[in-house]
Design a binder for this molecule. Structure first.
Ligand code: SF4
Length: 391
């Protein structure tokens, strides 16, 4: 289906507010994480950068949600703003972040520190920066354990060795006393994962955890995250620009552009019935999708001076006159668990102008089946990653 049947104005909600959103999922569960109208601004000499401008989404227990968009779209800042990791000043955060029923916006910095690295683990982009070169990796993992649990030094050491073993560091006990420079890039990323898991988090926020790793190591890390998610029952919020990664691991996808949510939905909806021109353009960049590999023409707008109307309009091949004025279109519900911020879904336009006929729609990378890393793995990431030897 093209997804437009239910696209009536009544089904729309403001892309920047969420009062009408029923936050329970199909099984009636409450979200573990609920982000509502999140805004992050940076005051700079060039002006106010609106990095995140009214982003809302949920993460349910045990699921993997991918925040997707080009570099500079605001997805990394969104992930950091959840636990207020954005430095203030110059950053200013507004909006509501509710984690397991607790509004994180109400917490003091000291209370938040307990949650960060405790119930919410973070994996940052670059393991080189995440690990301190002057301390052994074992000590650094053990410190993460001690910081968030009552473990004694001995217990923390044992737990650190366990974690290093669980993330696939061979001979973990023997490598406990090694320094970061003695590990390969892939192994360092595994150590960073072990650190993030030190307190058995309920939610893991992973920002481009496989960037700069070669294809083989990337697949290993993604499989590791999927296995650990299964074993620990944690939810994962994965921040990535790489749709091939999304295809492998996501349950649900939130597509972000210029600080706004353009489309969100179940991973199969996003890959089989992509409704937003930006999502479709991103998918066309995947090898094997859209017939060729190419970038999206044009560039992200100036974040200090975003365009009126739909933020994607300067790059959108389907833009109408009304796309260039007013505010970002609201999010129209086009199917169960599938929302799109585009005027073509307001009930008075024909969305097939964007989506085409059913027969022309792309198919999910694994042919529509699957559900895990192994059976989605025929989408290959771009091969521009640096090669490196690993375990
Ligand atoms: S609202 Fe207009 S400019 Fe924006 S994606 Fe839809 S058609 Fe394109």
């Amino acid at each position: 289906m093209s997804g437009n049947d239910s696209a009536t104005p009544d089904a729309a909600r403001d892309a920047t507010s969420d009062a009408t959103l029923d936050a329970t999922d199909r099984e009636g569960r409450n979200p573990l994480l609920s982000v509502r109208d999140l805004r992050v601004r940076f005051r700079t000499e060039e002006g106010v950068v609106r990095a995140v401008d009214g982003v809302s989404f949920d993460v349910y227990p045990g699921e993997t949600v991918c925040l997707v968009g080009e570099s500079g779209s605001g997805k990394t800042v969104t992930g950091e703003a959840i636990t207020r990791l954005v430095k203030s000043p110059p950053g200013e955060i507004e909006g509501e972040v509710v984690f397991d029923g607790q509004n994180l916006s109400d917490l003091s910095e000291k209370q938040l520190r307990k949650i960060r690295g405790g119930r919410i683990g973070h994996i940052f982009q670059n393991p080189q920066n995440a690990l301190n070169p002057v301390y052994t990796v074992g000590w650094q993992v053990a410190e993460a354990v001690r910081l968030h649990t009552d473990a004694s030094r001995k217990e923390a050491r044992e737990r650190a060795i366990d974690l290093l073993d669980q993330v696939g560091i061979p001979e973990a006990a023997a490598r406990y006393g090694d320094y970061p420079h003695e590990f390969s890039g892939g192994q360092k990323q595994r150590v960073v994962v072990a650190q993030a898991l030190a307190a058995n988090p309920d939610l893991l926020i992973a920002d481009e955890p496989t960037t700069a790793l070669d294809v083989t190591i990337q697949a290993q890390i993604l499989r590791l995250l999927a296995d650990l998610r299964e074993e620990f029952g944690m939810a994962v919020l994965l921040v990535t620009h790489d749709l091939s990664v999304v295809a492998e691991v996501a349950d649900r996808v939130v597509v972000v552009y210029a600080g706004k949510v353009m489309e969100s939905g179940d991973v199969y909806n996003i890959f089989e019935d992509p409704a937003h021109p930006y999502t479709r353009a991103l998918l066309d960049c995947l090898p094997g999708r859209g017939g060729e590999t190419r970038g999206i023409p044009g560039r992200l707008p100036d974040p200090t001076n975003p365009p009126d109307g739909c933020r994607f309009h300067p790059r959108c091949p389907h833009a109408l006159p009304e796309c260039r004025e007013g505010a970002q279109p609201p999010l129209y519900e086009v199917a169960d668990d599938h929302e799109v911020s585009c005027v073509y879904y307001d009930g008075s336009h024909d969305p097939t102008a964007i989506t085409g006929e059913a027969s022309s729609r792309p198919s999910f990378p694994d042919g529509g089946g699957g559900g895990g890393v192994s059976d989605r793995a025929n989408v290959r990431p771009d091969d521009s990653r640096e090669d490196e030897d690993d375990e």
